[in-house]
Ligand binder design. Structure first.
Ligand code: ADP
Length: 253
């Protein structure tokens, strides 16, 4: 078409459509890049415990089996690597399940009761380290997907226990202004400032050797953030090495 023949409104409309199409295309390319990166990261994370297991089994086959102490140590390491793998696979399955649920089945419940249920289910782990968990603040009725919100809060309190020292405490405070604000504060090892911007990223662990001991796959916080975003909420973190960490969850009422 000769441009002169198109009236000016038609031309503007075509221009707008072109721009919308280009933006959509850019977004699809970005999403595809992210997905490829995710597959590459997940494969890498799966490969490293598998490689560890292979080396240990081969060493046992080549004679390490003869020495009872070495055999027990290697079998123990194999068991730990298997735990790491199953943590990772469970985390990946959970992430996929949450990302595939287009619509959240919401129900109205008291958020304080939900938090108390999470605390109850984590109490045995907390008791092992002699950690007490206090839940303060008002009960607030809100709409959430119970299973998902349980999982999000569980991951954060579980971390607070994992990264706390023995004989300490965790304070949970529920407040309400224009939003619901849940603060989960521990007095543990804290997170270095340089790591703070990345801790919600998938597979990100502050200290891989520390995470190896605690069995983390670096997925817990990204799952929690995803769930909170699906509820149109937000999560932030404040931390100081040696003093502790506070996660603040904000949810619409
Ligand atoms: P992981 O399964 O390794 O715990 P997460 O995604 O739950 O993975 O957490 C990411 C990283 O953030 C952890 O490896 C840990 O280093 C750090 N982290 C999370 N919560 C805390 C906390 N309460 N105190 C100190 N470090 C924490």
């Amino acid at each position: 078409l000769v441009l002169d023949e198109i009236n000016i409104d038609g031309y503007k409309e075509i221009k707008r459509l072109c721009e919308a199409f280009n933006n959509m295309n850019k977004r699809i390319i970005e999403l595809d890049k992210k997905r490829r990166q995710f597959v590459a990261d997940a494969s890498h994370e799966l490969k490293s415990p598998l490689a560890g297991i292979k080396v240990l089994v081969e060493s046992l086959q080549q004679g390490a089996m003869e020495d009872k102490n070495i055999r027990d140590e290697f079998l123990n390491s194999i068991n730990n690597e298997i735990d790491r793998l199953s943590n990772l696979v469970n985390g990946l399955l959970e992430l996929a399940q949450i990302e595939n649920s287009d619509e959240l089945r919401m129900s109205s419940l008291d958020i304080k009761e939900l938090i108390k249920d999470v605390v109850k289910s984590l109490n045995p782990i907390a008791k092992n380290k002699n950690i007490t968990i206090n839940v303060e603040g008002e009960g607030i009725i809100t709409y959430v997907n119970r299973d998902n919100m349980f999982r999000a809060i569980y991951n954060i309190i579980e971390n607070a226990i994992k990264y706390s020292f023995e004989d300490s405490k965790i304070d949970i405070l529920i407040e309400k202004d224009e939003q619901i604000k849940i603060t989960i504060k521990d007095y543990g090892m804290g997170i270095p400032e340089c790591d703070l911007p990345y801790i919600f990223d998938r597979f990100y662990r502050v200290d891989k050797t520390r995470a190896r001991k605690t069995g983390g796959a670096g997925l817990g916080l990204s799952i929690a953030k995803h769930i909170i975003k699906l509820h149109k909420g937000d999560i932030e973190v404040k931390s100081k090495v040696g003093e502790g960490t506070a996660f603040i969850i904000k949810l619409p009422i």
